[in-house]
Design a protein around this ligand. Structure first.
Ligand code: ZN
Length: 214
């Protein structure tokens, strides 16, 4: 999932997270973008919890932080496996506010964010709340495009971690939205597929224009 317009741009420059400790080499992988047909693929369950999987996950975090984004599915880097990484990068209340100079002379401060990397392997949706939330979603595979999508406000999910251990948890707010967005990728579904055909075509045309202008 992409980061909305309001997020500060300095998230790329954050301190090194602990997951680097066990992996010496990581690489930023290329993110597939619409209309790449691979994004429509249904991803396969992970069966081997090995070093190859660890490398994939480490690369996915590196790629997501670099983009920057808050969620990424393996198929977005061309690997059709049921693997997701999410880091909502919440504000760090204990950190000193940083002076931002990104907007010319108008100096103001941002609260630095902290990293909370989470891996979801073979995730399953167990329950959905009957109430819905609208969220202005973006996606690293549909760059710079945002649209409101309605999804269940809370979910109960089950998944495995890098060791294959099963976890189950109820999620609310942005975490619930983000996990549902990323789980859609595993079925070959993008957030724009939740829009009306007209709206979807508008988004795709806008993206095409943007690419031509670049
Ligand atoms: Zn996405």
């Amino acid at each position: 999932m992409g980061i909305g317009d309001s997020r500060p741009l300095h998230v790329q420059t954050l301190a090194t997270p602990p997951y680097r400790d066990y992996l010496p080499v990581m690489a930023i992988r290329e993110i597939l973008e619409v209309p790449d047909p691979r994004l429509k693929q249904v991803s396969l369950p992970v069966e081997k919890f090995d070093d190859e999987l660890r490398t994939l996950v480490a690369d996915m975090f590196e790629t997501m932080y670099d983009a920057p984004g808050i969620g990424l599915a393996a198929i977005q880097v061309g690997v059709p496996l049921r693997v997701l990484v999410i880091d909502l990068q919440p504000d760090d209340p204990d950190a000193e506010p940083e002076v931002c100079t990104a907007h010319g002379d108008h100096h103001h401060t941002h609260q630095p964010v902290k990293r909370e990397p989470q891996v979801f392997i073979n995730p399953e949706l167990l329950e959905e709340s009957p109430d819905f939330t609208l969220y202005n979603e973006g996606c690293l595979s549909v760059p710079e495009m945002y649209a409101e999508v309605e999804r269940p406000s809370s979910i109960r999910a089950r998944w495995q971690d890098l060791d294959g251990t099963v976890h189950e948890q109820e999620m609310h707010g942005l975490m619930a939205t983000c996990l549902q967005h990323e789980m859609d990728h595993l079925e070959g579904v993008l957030f724009i597929d939740h829009l009306s055909r007209l709206k979807r075509q508008m988004v795709l045309k806008k993206l095409e224009k943007l690419r031509k202008a670049a």
